[in-house]
Ligand binder design. Structure first.
Ligand SMILES: [Cu+2]
Length: 286
């Protein structure tokens, strides 16, 4: 069976180049209030660089990793999209004394609301030179679905169900053979959502017929699903078999997953899919 791709080592931090994460409140402090957690409007953007003459302007922010680890190469960005549950890591180069604000912008996306500042960074007046961001980071092995791979479709038509079904902890929705590579197709008929799958690594094949942005390449477990769009994923499942302990997939917008926009799958020995019980005992109290 093909092994699940694993990310390479993290970059070490050079002297005057600071890796930062998006400062969206739900990312840093997911235990905050629901309001803060849901205030996840995207994309985030870096502001304040306009005050620098172009000839002296230092390089911008580079995305070097996302949900599943390092990208193949750094991607320079001025702004980027990050929905609830997605992660990103950056290298940001500062000029001495530079002040930079990381901002979130609603941009009309209906996940969050409004524009506001997230994080202000003030560089020291004296900085030591840092090495350039490496041109190559980690080899990315494409997750390739074999010919005839299983295609599963998930329809998002509101805010409280997937394929018309609310979450039921006693119900198994999907049964997956261990080690499989499948195509999961997320069809969103309404406003913006995203989609998170536990246990797996996936790569985004298409977002409404187009490749994903370069910074969303690589191994991920959460993907933005824009309003009225179809997102296709190549999903690599692991080898651990347990027909009685399901994993979840769900929209990662807190108010949606709490409303039941979630389903469950189990991983079983190949060839035993039809023998698996689709009803499991549940525990009380959570
Ligand atoms: Cu949602």
């Amino acid at each position: 069976m093909a092994p699940v791709p694993r990310p390479g080592p993290r970059l070490r931090r050079p002297h005057s180049t600071s890796p930062i994460r998006c400062g969206c409140p739900r990312f840093f402090t997911p235990s905050r209030t629901r309001t803060a957690y849901d205030a996840s409007s995207c994309p985030c953007r870096r502001a304040g660089r306009e005050s620098w003459p172009a000839s002296r302007r230092p390089p911008g922010a580079h995305v070097i990793a996302n949900d599943g680890g390092l990208l193949g190469a750094p991607v320079e960005v001025e702004e980027f999209s990050l929905t609830p549950g997605e992660r990103a890591e950056f290298i940001v180069t500062f000029a001495p004394g530079e002040q930079v604000v990381l901002r979130t912008a609603g941009n009309g996306v209906d996940i969050g609301e409004g524009d506001f500042d997230l994080l202000k960074l003030i560089a020291a007046k004296d900085l030591k030179p840092a090495p350039d961001v490496p041109a190559r980071l980690a080899p990315l092995t494409p997750i390739t679905a074999p010919a005839g791979a299983r295609v599963r479709r998930f329809r998002l038509s509101g805010h409280d169900a997937i394929n018309g079904k609310e979450m039921d902890m006693a119900r198994i929705d999907e049964v997956v053979p261990a080690g499989a590579v499948e195509i999961w197709e997320i069809e969103n008929n309404v406003y913006s959502h995203n989609f998170h799958i536990h246990e797996v690594a996936f790569q985004v094949l298409e977002m409404d017929g187009s490749p994903p942005p370069a910074y969303a390449a690589g191994y991920k477990d959460t993907v933005y699903v824009p309003a009225k769009s179809v997102v296709r994923l190549a999903v690599q499942f692991g080898d651990f078999i347990d027909p009685a302990s399901p994993y979840m997939y769900h929209c990662h917008i807190l108010r949606h997953e709490d409303s039941g926009m979630m389903g469950q799958f189990v991983i079983v020995a190949p060839g035993t899919e039809s023998q698996v019980s689709l009803t499991i005992p549940t525990h009380t109290g959570h």
